[in-house]
Design a protein around this ligand. Structure first.
Ligand code: AMP
Length: 506
């Protein structure tokens, strides 16, 4: 069964079980299936032959989920855009999408040809017009969703994931940690907004196993009291987050097994999981499994996993990121593209049945990062991750990046994305952004700037520039420190000496 068939199956088998809860809102499997059918019928009638993807704008509302499923049931990919994305960046995405309509669960400030707002969405659902049949659904080899991620040009790039990739991924993820049977009907914790691919791990693994998604809104996540209250109320059995989020929770003493007695599995992805975090978690949740997974959005969330047992945590540091799922091959390649021997570092290359079909409307970028090989008559897609690592007896170890992409508090950022957006601000002639790294993790960012405007007070100028920059990029990408320089140091190759600037920011 594919994911849409599974949702239909649970709508019949357990119609009154909640598929999702978010704050005061909740929706059962039956309601979700019906509402998305009604909206899909409308989309099919309205968009006709135009099969362009549809942007869905909002946050953690159950309507966001209805809209996403309605798009794919109408045969169109959806592209989730979270409210935390600044308007100008949302506009860039909408322009690129160029679809006939946009579904706006939250108020959309951007200019767009046809926006269907939440009142209209509710009215359409209330009309209960049904007519969509499974043969209209997105086909296996068609794009199911597009997730935009930071791009080095200063514009986000859209990773296209087909229904096949998602279904192949889910066949594996439903068995991750606890067994399929143990997962059935469980509550999954959702931390990441739907516009980040980490959310696919909880959202669709949950729907594929008939569970209930417990979505933590950004308001809840920004208030410790609300957060702990929500975690307690959730009765979550499966935890899905970045390690950074768990580290924030660990700073609160209430966060332990007594708060969440049902919790039996932690699933981590997206950034380095440290031995220290695992040790602290195990003290608070001695009965739970802790699983580290690894993968980029381009290969559908995660492609490797490893159970971080007490013995492993005590004997290996840094921790490994796991062995590949069935259907994935991990290769380590040198600069020339040749295989490197076990134990030696090189670029991590992912091949297999969850690798994306490429970046949306970006053939050049797609050609650079993706490739195809013929394996015994089958075409297999590959993706050059830009990650550095090594294999040791089939176990993958991650050791960093070969380019300027970083992870900050779990967010993927291309440093050039920030630099190119800084250059859009009046007065900035040159900009270099440097990550401040402590214990192997980026803790904050510093911007080094050559500015030709007037600086009366550097603090005030920095504040004004930060405010302007927020129009273009999300808050998590805004450098904390701004340093004004007359010129940049140059290295022997005649390039800006980033290493030296990095030294300055310590
Ligand atoms: P994203 O596309 O946002 O999921 O980010 C993908 C990138 O996050 C990868 O290319 C890695 O650089 C990093 N990453 C993902 N999983 C891990 C992990 N378990 N440990 C360290 N880095 C990770």
């Amino acid at each position: 069964m594919n994911i849409l068939e599974k949702v239909k199956h649970y709508a019949c088998a357990q119609p009154l079980v909640n598929a999702m809860k978010s704050g005061e809102e909740e929706i059962t499997y039956q309601e979700l299936d019906l509402a998305s059918d009604y909206l899909a019928t409308y989309l099919d009638n309205t968009c006709g032959e135009n099969k362009s993807p549809i942007a869905v704008y909002g946050h953690k509302s159950v309507y966001m989920l209805i809209c996403m499923l309605a798009c794919v049931k109408s045969g169109r990919a959806y592209c989730p855009i979270d409210v935390s994305v600044p308007d100008l960046r949302t506009q860039l995405i909408l322009n690129k999408m160029d679809s006939p309509i946009t579904l706006a669960v939250e108020k959309l400030q951007c200019q767009y040809n046809r926006v269907i707002n939440i009142e209209e969405i509710k009215n359409i659902i209330e009309l209960q017009t049904r007519g969509i049949s499974p043969d209209k659904w997105v086909k296996n080899d068609e794009v199911f969703y597009i997730i935009f991620t930071s791009g080095s040009t200063g514009e986000p790039k859209g990773v296209q994931i087909t229904a096949n990739c998602l279904n192949n991924y889910l066949d594996w993820s439903v068995g991750l940690g606890s067994s399929r049977e143990k997962k059935r009907g469980k509550c999954f914790l959702n931390q990441a907004p739907f516009s980040f691919d980490l959310s696919v791990m909880d959202l669709y693994t949950c729907l594929a196993s008939g569970g209930t998604l417990w979505a933590l809104s950004k308001t809840v996540q920004s208030d410790y009291c609300l957060l702990m209250e929500s975690l307690r109320d959730s009765q979550a059995g499966i935890w899905v987050s970045t390690p950074s989020f768990a580290e924030i929770c660990l700073t609160d003493k209430q966060f332990d097994g007594a708060l969440m007695p049902e919790l039996d599995t932690f699933l981590f992805c997206g950034e380095t999981l440290t031995n220290d975090t695992v040790t602290k978690l195990r003290k608070r949740f001695p009965q739970s499994k802790i699983i580290n997974t690894y993968g980029p959005t381009e290969s559908t969330v995660a492609v490797t996993s490893v159970d971080i047992t007490e013995e492993l945590c005590a004997s290996v540091s840094p921790l490994p990121v796991g062995s590949p799922r069935p259907g994935t091959i991990i290769q380590i390649r040198d600069k020339e593209g040749g295989d490197v021997p076990d134990g030696e570092k090189g670029e991590i290359v992912i091949l297999g049945d969850t690798v994306s079909s490429g970046y949306y409307k970006s053939p050049e970028l797609t050609k650079k990062a993706f490739f195809e090989v013929n394996e015994e008559g089958h075409i297999v897609r590959g993706y050059r991750t830009g990650d550095e690592g090594f294999l040791n007896n089939g176990m993958l170890h991650y050791s960093g990046r070969i380019d300027l992409q970083i992870k900050l508090h779990g967010y993927r950022i291309e440093i050039e994305d920030i630099e190119n957006n800084l250059l859009k601000l009046k007065g900035i002639e040159k900009a270099v952004v440097i990550p401040n790294i402590k214990e192997g993790k980026t803790k904050s960012l510093s911007a080094y700037i050559i500015y030709n405007g007037e600086i009366t007070e550097p603090f005030d100028t920095a504040l004004a520039l930060k405010r302007q920059l927020k129009q273009f990029i999300p808050d998590y990408m805004i450098p904390k420190k701004f340093v004004f320089l007359n010129e940049f140091p140059i290295n022997n190759n005649g390039k800006i000496d980033r290493k030296l600037l990095g030294g300055l920011s310590k």
